[in-house]
Ligand binder design. Sequence first.
Ligand code: CA
Length: 220
Amino acid sequence: MSAQILVVEDELAVRDLLAFHLMRAGFRVTEVGTLQEAWAHVAGADAVVLDWMLPDGSGIDWLRQLRGTLKGERQPVLMLTARAGEIDKVLGLDAGSDDYLVKPFSSAELVARLRALLRRTEPARVHKVGALTLDERQGTVAYEGHELSLTRREFELLAFLCASPGRVFSRTELLDRVWGEDFLGTERTVDQHIAQLRALLKADLIETVRGRGYRLKGSE
Ligand code: CA
């Protein structure tokens, strides 16, 4: 699904233009004109485009507060300002803004900056656990530098375990998360795939935790 962008801007003409360009670039957009409304919508946003001066306060102060919240700590925020002074820029970054644009800016620049910010916060797609390297994008697994040939399901199972090394997953949990809740298999299916992975990895990487399930040894 496309990223949800919260646009906080009180000038209607600017806001409409921002929303238009962002939607045309494939983003989903929520538009608000005040900081109070921004609080109401920020939890559902993947990133925020935040104006500097809003009718009910300064975007910078709002951003400082946002950084103190659990989700807001990591939400990408692109600050907009009409002031080009260096001090303002530094202030913006100090308050926790990830990037800024000085008005007027081009729509292409806005979209490019937002995409870059969203990429930065994407979860890691390459997992390195000990001598194991799994690349979710390329669909490749290597152990001690040697590439392994896995079936799709073996890959998905290993990728899932690699995302949380050290954590124990029950067979039921693995079935739900890797095979999907609609899958009509049994816990034996999980055992079989774990056995195949162990044979392929030729190493004792996947540990059986008695009575609880499986875990990938090590840390990422
Ligand atoms: Ca404004």
